[in-house]
Design a protein around this ligand. Sequence first.
Ligand SMILES: Cc1cc2nc3c(=O)[nH]c(=O)nc-3n(C[C@H](O)[C@H](O)[C@H](O)COP(=O)(O)O)c2cc1C
Length: 532
Amino acid sequence: MGGSTQALLEYHERSKHRVDRYAPGPAGLDWATQPDPFRVFQGSPRIALPLAADTLSASYNDLRRGALPPAQRFSLRTLAILLELSLGLSAWKSYGTQRWALRCNPSSGNLHPTEGYLLCPVLPGISGGVYHYLSRDHVLEQRAAVDDPRWPEAFPGSGILVGLSSIHWREAWKYGMRAWRYCQHDCGHAIAAVSYAAAALGWQTRLMAAAADDDLAALLGLDRGEDFGVAEREVPDVLLWIGNPEAPPDLERMRLALGKAHWYGQANRLSAGHESWPDIDAIHRATHKPLTRELIPLNPAPHPWPAMPALDLSFARIARQRRSATGFDGRARISAAAFYTMLASLLVRRDTPPWNALMHPVAVHPALLVHRVDELEPGLYVLVRDAAALPGLRQAMRPEWLWQRTGPDDLPLYLLLPYDLRAVARLICCHQDIAADSFFALGMLADFEIALKQPWRYRHLFWECGVLGQVLYLEAEAAGERATGIGCFFDDEMHALLGITARAWQSLYHFTVGSAMVDQRLSTSAPYEVQP
Ligand SMILES: Cc1cc2nc3c(=O)[nH]c(=O)nc-3n(C[C@H](O)[C@H](O)[C@H](O)COP(=O)(O)O)c2cc1C
């Protein structure tokens, strides 16, 4: 076993929450060092973005059924819409003297470790270069101005790149060593959020799966120590190509062109003090990605389109109204048809958001704890998202499970055990009532052999989970209901329920969907002040 694999396994085991012992975390919350949720590059030129998302008419249902509108032209205006509906603010909330922003992309503890970047050639309203998106003000901060002919040449087809990075400290401040996992989940949610918003503008998204982390860091300016000084560093996650999938950009050429670029801005310091988490540094090193070969895009087995959801809303509306429930009522039920539609939406479809962003074959399968779905027995179910995984999943679990096909013929859903699992769901999700009060809760089983063979793909497994989570968030809104991501769960309790004893399948993220109770004590205000 290689050193990276060993380090990965150690992190994975040590970052598990256990019933008798949570993963190592801070002794308490140190409010004096609470990180600033907004990164600012002080001194960089700012480009104000228009608030134009209301002009976008694309319906959510069309996007999830692969019916993208005609591609809009890339311009400052359309890029503003892309960013507003993916990484932009969706509301301000307040309670007493406290005020905090929510965003279209969710985040564990609302701590938002994910930062967004734009790399573009010269386009109407914007010069070519590298930009950081500051969601608080809906502005682009110019990080690099590039005046080198190789830069436009590196974008052969029409398109732009969105880069994502993480600031581990933002999550570690509250969650300690498990925080690295949450940064990956959040990145997955952000990938999906970008893919959906791009699709609403008629654009395809592809993850640049071959690129090395060092190249990403150079392209996003994250390796520029002088621009960060004492400020918390960002680590590169992913580059997303948004544009013609047949003509991807030449990253090497871009890197060369950046050699003579002029860089602007000094990163702000987010916290006055830091607690170090060596386990996070270790897993970051162990999952460092080298340059790998180009991948052939996914060509999944065809699945029928999911049925129409209860509400036919515009994508812009769904993206901005997406919220996490903080509690479910524990009484309401969902129809079987609505439940099957949500599950059908989790199957990969070619050129359809958010799956178009992912380049690797399916590696994650939800195990569902169903409580309140009409016509369905409460119990344990598995949605096998790729038929090829069925023998391995069956073999890894308790031999006495039923594996009885349930629901529509074209939905690969299996009943394992009819049983009331509400108390079990609550226990598994760190005693959170929300898991028992939901229509259903689920854990996402990932093919762990993938991470053991290629340690950097450990990150991809979490990203795939985050993508699945974003689908559930949007599907819940379209059904007139609500969802909540669950990062706090007792990993091995879920495995014990399923009868998983080997490491081959690991539950990496949990989720709940239900009928939300609204917290009336909170006030809500608009995400951005619109100038008259
Ligand atoms: C990776 C992840 C893990 C989360 N874990 C939990 C959890 O264990 N319990 C919970 O009540 N909410 C959880 N949430 C919900 C977040 O608290 C919520 O997304 C955040 O407060 C922002 O609110 P919003 O989703 O309404 O924008 C999680 C969200 C994410 C993305």
